[in-house]
Design a protein around this ligand. Structure first.
Ligand code: FAD
Length: 399
């Protein structure tokens, strides 16, 4: 009986990994909703922060870059660092990639993964099917990992939701619903700033609340980047160059340094092209943290502390937490308890070897879960170029 390799996830990492496995002649089954994070969990009108040269999904054969997609479909070519890629076009690129290289992709959810006595894996799908795989690649990206500050979560016992008083940024695909309403966005990263801008442009009155004073900052436009530093997919800087092209060495850094770098490098910073759309249109309360939140007559009320003043209250029609994502294997509820207890983790992230294999033989992780091993580049699409060929080689070698 030939057992396939199961790839769980059909975002950029799952698609790229599956294409590389198939390129090596391995039987592969790929599960997930193609590009769903980009189609359903990012707002319409969003623009990618990454440049065109850092926004291709890696494939083992030529002809599948973002530029190839543009040429094939006749849409505008995204090539220069000045070209901004709309999220809709990027989602369409991923779906085009899937149709060409993985036409048998299965749009179903994996509900459980357990180890069999013989050392294989048993997967159950929400279609009711169960089957055995020789290896499993976890590429479920941001799914289930949205980070909600405790203080905000406490105000909504039924959980955050797009239509309730408090939500997480990942719960919105259409921000025009906030036209004419007062919205507070908690956070100061790209997602917070861009969501705030899109809501303000839709006619909402928006305020950002950030912990650090001066937290809202913007990156440099392509012609303002330091000339003497080497180029990388994220801009010109020695550190970014090292993280982009020497991910192997990242694994050898001490764990606290790695976790610090994953959080800090390429951290909260608005894209250069958001500055003009933000300034004067979105209000900012910085140097304040949310210490409590409650809902009063359907409206969220935040208690803020910090600065020199006493605590103050801020009410709105809606509060959106744009507070990012946190890797935690415990949140991957489809991994059976037997597997989870065998997995070595470091601050919630799986410990991986050079071939992306976890401490459970045959169980691999790529994308965000691999960032604490291979660096911040794994949080971005361009990391597929480093990860996918190595992971596929490791699976093929039975590693
Ligand atoms: C607002 C925002 C903007 C971003 N902008 C950029 C950018 O400009 N450039 C960039 O490089 N990166 C950007 N990122 C990061 C980006 O999300 C990641 O680089 C990329 O999506 C990671 O791809 P992935 O394949 O790991 O996961 P995802 O794209 O999140 O895909 C996850 C896949 O897993 C599947 N899945 C989940 N659970 C199951 C299950 N149980 N069974 C089956 N399938 C399952 C889903 O259906 C989906 O197909 C952004 C992120 C956010 C939140």
């Amino acid at each position: 009986m030939i057992r396939p390799v199961a790839v769980i996830g059909a975002g950029p990492y799952g698609l790229s990994t599956a294409a590389h496995l198939r390129g090596r002649g391995l039987p592969v089954r790929v599960f997930g909703s193609p590009m769903v994070s980009w189609r359903a969990h990012m707002p319409a009108g969003m623009v990618l922060k990454s440049t065109p040269s850092a926004s291709s999904i890696d494939a083992p054969q030529p002809g599948h870059t973002l530029v190839d997609f543009c040429a094939d479909t006749g849409i505008r070519r995204y090539e220069s660092d000045w070209d901004l890629i709309p999220v809709e076009d990027f989602a369409a690129y991923g779906q085009w990639f899937a149709q060409r290289l993985l036409p048998d992709l299965e749009d179903v959810r994996v509900v459980s993964v357990d180890r069999t006595r013989a050392g294989h894996f048993e997967l159950k799908l929400d279609s009711g099917e169960a089957f055995e795989a020789r290896a499993v690649v976890v590429a479920t990206g941001l799914d289930g990992l949205a980070r909600m500050p405790r203080e905000l979560a406490a105000a909504v016992p039924d959980g955050p939701s797009a239509t309730g008083p408090v939500s997480h940024a990942s719960q919105h695909a259409d921000l025009s619903r906030f036209a004419g309403r007062e919205v507070v966005v908690v956070g100061a990263g790209q997602s917070a700033i861009e969501s705030a801008v899109l809501m303000a442009e839709a006619g909402a009155s928006v305020r950002i609340v950030a912990r650090r004073t001066g937290a809202v900052r913007f990156g440099a436009a392509p012609d303002q980047q330091p000339r003497l530093s080497p180029n990388s997919p994220f801009g010109r800087a020695w550190s970014l160059y090292a993280f982009s092209y020497h991910a192997t060495h990242f694994r050898h850094l001490p764990a606290p340094t790695r976790h610090y770098l994953v959080r800090g490098v390429l951290g909260p910073l608005g894209a250069w092209w958001l500055r003009d759309r933000f300034t004067g249109k979105v209000a900012v309360t910085d140097g304040r943290r949310v210490v409590r939140a409650r809902v009063e007559s359907g409206r969220p009320v935040l208690t803020l502390s910090g600065g020199t003043g006493a605590q103050r209250e801020l009410a709105a029609d809606h509060v959106m937490a744009a507070t990012g994502y946190r890797m935690d294997v415990a949140a991957l509820d489809y991994l059976g308890p037997g597997l989870r207890t065998q997995l070595s983790t470091s601050r919630g992230a799986p410990v991986l070897d050079a071939g992306y294999r976890s401490t459970v033989p045959g169980l691999y992780f790529t994308g965000l879960p691999a960032a604490s091993s291979f660096g911040p580049v794994m949080r971005f699409v361009c990391g597929t170029e480093y990860a996918s060929p190595r992971l596929a080689a490791s699976v093929a070698a039975g590693g």
